[in-house]
Design a protein around this ligand. Structure first.
Ligand code: GTP
Ligand code: MG
Length: 437
């Protein structure tokens, strides 16, 4: 495997300390060979370190995993070699993102301010002759977090919330499992405004995805087509009766379910980096291969994409991995899911440093911009009706009244003739007698 595990992070997270942090201190913490090296000249970039590290100890297991993936996609040898080169370039680009973040961490306050001043529809582009008034802009932009059990969805919400509030000492808003194998996890949909007193955008915490794609498909279809409601209990057909009873008891204690369904504006797909690396090291044809297939199937579920725009991916647990491994995971996931790893896969570990802060800001910026880009258009008919001038309305009103009046007159006339028919009585009995005489 690439580098050493566990990067010590003594960095603190409150807003002031973001700016005060020594960048050299930060690059030290991001250095994948941190535990091995005695000293290193300041000028050395973390990218060079990581690339160098890959060159020094080329990970054969990873190469095999990538080659296997490529063989499935393109069996041609030339293509495999071209892909190898492309992958190396992508890997370098992904590493550069950490370096750029390191340089950009000075502008963190400014970038954070842009997210805090966001309002729904702010980043709508004027395209196709449309402007903001042509879109159905929601009061609050809704970002849905989905991912497998224990991938870190609830923890990510806490991290983002803390980042926009009082820092490391802010209270944890979402319930996190200490150990996802024993903990219950999230069963109820929960809305979190970011920051909590705002109404510009919210994150929705959800129940985990399963390895069973048909259950996932139905659940995702429901959330995307009918919207999500705060407090709603999520039950699945595969839940056994004891779990159902337990969850219904939990639901009864707090009966509130919001009557308001929020339509989802963009999706964040959360994965555990350690788990991905473990799967990468496993055999592609066995259980691990099956899990990747599930992940790809769920990620490509058509309900999760907004036109051509696929969800963003957030990789968690990076604090337990080296930068080299984190970059490899992003490249691998990019290739697997068909999205650019340097631009659409964000590495947000449980670290409270400016680089993670900037990664949070960049991820939210991507989501909110794409949410605005894909806002639904206002109903065409409603739009046309609104455009009709007052004189046209008066004209329509007069025509309609005349039509109603003439129908009413006809009705009266028919009524009168029926009545007169009723009055005309034929005395058939006497007529019969007259004929007989
Ligand atoms: N080291 C580390 N641990 C993390 C990170 N993210 C989450 N965890 C841990 O992973 C475990 C599961 O996290 P949760 O946030 O509960 O995961 P979840 O996706 O909400 O899980 P469900 O609600 O069961 O779907 C917890 O013990 C977290 O502390 C991370 O970036 N780094
Ligand atoms: Mg959870």
């Amino acid at each position: 495997m690439g580098g050493d595990r566990a990067m010590p992070s003594s960095l603190c997270f409150d807003e002031e300390s973001f700016d005060d942090i020594e960048l050299s201190e930060l690059s030290f913490s991001l250095d994948p060979t941190f535990n091995r090296r005695e000293s290193k000249p300041d000028s050395c970039s973390i990218i060079d370190d990581a690339i160098e590290e890959v060159d020094e100890t080329p990970s054969r297991e990873h190469e095999l995993v990538y080659e296997e993936l490529e063989r499935r996609i393109s069996p041609n040898l030339l293509e495999i070699q071209a892909n190898k080169k492309r992958r190396f370039n992508t890997y370098r680009d992904v590493l550069k993102t950490y370096d750029h973040l390191l340089q950009g961490s000075q502008s963190l306050k400014k970038e954070k301010g842009k997210i805090l001043s966001y309002s729904p529809g702010r980043w709508v582009e004027k395209v196709g002759g449309l402007n903001l008034s042509n879109y159905d802009v929601p009061d609050t932009t809704t970002l849905l977090l989905i991912g497998p059990k224990g991938s870190g969805k609830s923890s990510l919400i806490n991290r983002i919330s803390k980042f926009f509030e009082d820092g490391i000492f802010a209270c944890e808003r979402a319930q996190v499992s200490y150990d996802s194998s024993t903990g219950d996890g999230t069963f109820f949909l929960h809305e979190y405004m970011i920051p909590r007193n705002s109404s510009s955008f919210c994150l929705y915490d959800t129940r985990s995805l399963l390895d069973n794609s048909s259950d996932n498909y139905e659940m995702l279809k429901n959330w995307i087509t009918n919207g999500v409601r705060h407090g709603e209990l999520i039950l699945r057909p595969s839940d056994d009766s004891s779990l159902r009873t337990r969850l219904k008891h939990k639901a009864r204690k707090s009966r509130y379910v919001s009557s308001r369904a929020r339509m989802v504006n963009f999706v964040i797909f959360v994965v555990n980096g350690v788990e991905v690396l473990r799967l990468m090291e496993g055999n592609c044809d066995t259980l691990e291969g099956g899990k990747f297939k599930q992940m790809t199937t769920t990620f490509n579920c058509p309900y999760l994409s907004f036109k051509d725009d696929k969800p963003v991916v957030v990789v968690t647990h990076g604090d337990l991995l080296s930068i080299a491994d984190r970059a490899r995971i992003r490249v691998y996931l990019g290739q697997l899911l068909g999205i650019p790893p340097a631009k659409q896969i964000f590495d947000i570990p449980e670290s409270f440093d400016p680089v993670t802060g900037l990664m949070i800001v960049n991820m939210l910026r991507y989501c909110l911009e794409h949410a605005d880009k894909n806002l639904p258009h206002k109903n065409w008919l409603v739009k046309k009706v609104c455009k009709i001038s007052i004189s046209t309305w008066i004209y329509i009103f007069v025509i309609l009244s005349m039509a109603i009046l003439s129908i009413y007159m006809q009705y009266l006339h028919i009524g009168r003739s029926v009545k007169s028919k009723e009055k005309f009585h034929v005395d058939w009995h006497n007529i019969r007698h007259l004929w007989l005489e």
